[in-house]
Design a protein around this ligand. Sequence first.
Ligand code: SF4
Ligand code: SF4
Length: 430
Amino acid sequence: MAKDYRAMWEKLGINLQAHDGLLSVLSDAYKGMYLAQSNRPKGMGYFDFVISEVHGLRIEEIVAAKEQGRPVIGTFCVYVPEELVLAVDGVCIGLCAGAEVGFDEAEKYIPRNTCALIKAFMGFKLAGLCPYVQTTDLIVGETTCDGKKKAYEALEDITGKVYVMELPHMKSPEGRVLWESEVRRFAGKLEELSGKKITLEKLASASELVNSKRKALLRLAALRAADPAPISGLDALLVNQVSFYDDPVRFTQSVNALCDELEDRVRRGEGVAAKGAKRVLISGSPMAIPNWKLHAIIEGSGAVVVGEESCVGERGFRELLDTGFATVQEGMKKIADRYLTVDCACFTPNTERMDNMTGMADRLKADGIIHYALQFCTPYMMEAFKAKKAADAHGKPFLRIESDYSMEDFGQLKTRIEAFLEILGNGTAR
Ligand code: SF4
Ligand code: SF4
């Protein structure tokens, strides 16, 4: 990092010594997995810069926004409506973490057999390593999986600023009514926190902004259907990860600039892997930054990841918000409708996820599907069985993987993935 941010971090209560160690590990991992790739699009330069400043410039911007009286809202889930946060001039940041950090501390509050994503967000907070969580005025949880629900209680004890949205687990008419009332309750909380009213004008412009971000991500996702793939799965994953905390206007412009370049690559038939390289769709639990392990193994084995059926992937931006609303009340309804289309495994039944997964596999011309569940992530581990059935019925080879954030299983995963890649293209489902 070019600038010295230590004074800012100290003010935010960061454990400086441990933080130095974290940044150095992150920088080494990035060099090894990202900068070592060949023929990367030039447009990835922006995202390299974002990563080099992940705890620097962006935090400085957020601190400046706070000083202007803008509320900073931390979230953990794609069900939390970003439009509402932006409609009160708030800053919305994703707090999910993808590294094995502070687990010993976390295990004083939550069981050892909790998924790594939950342990990491607890661990980052407890070890004093996340400047994002330190800047938040409100941390928004949601009643999705049991692990998160109970972890939010512990996080509330630690931070005193947790707000939980009640998400139904069935998309029934009653569930829909509950969810719309929760969307309204959240809007009221944001108005109270910011001292600003959500007006039609504000809601409309926030909705357009979030949709423009989704459209840029959809454009990127569609370009990955080309053979040869114009961008690696690792790079596309990074773009998706950065979408959760970057400035939305700048991010959208940068993704669109990247897509202009990729369109040109597609026209010229230029790619990051050879034409005909094995193509893999990933489906399952979200991969928070810097969880790059699976993509690195697959692409290090000569295949290319062409899509993520995941919240850090198409599940998070597949549906646009219908912005044809004439009142704030109508806008709330449309927001409730849009967010209830998200096909998280915490819902029952959740058949639309299977259709979305096989639909993506077809559209992106994937040769096979790798289902990824974080260990102890019961919703996605359970749905893996249905996903396999759907993939089998669709004639797509399928591999089920459970992993965590450690590198201990790297070799074992590599062996399994290489064996899976061998069978792709010859139609043998597993
Ligand atoms: S997997 Fe489910 S709980 Fe996790 S971020 Fe996605 S929607 Fe939220
Ligand atoms: S990865 Fe699974 S267990 Fe972990 S927070 Fe998300 S839904 Fe819950």
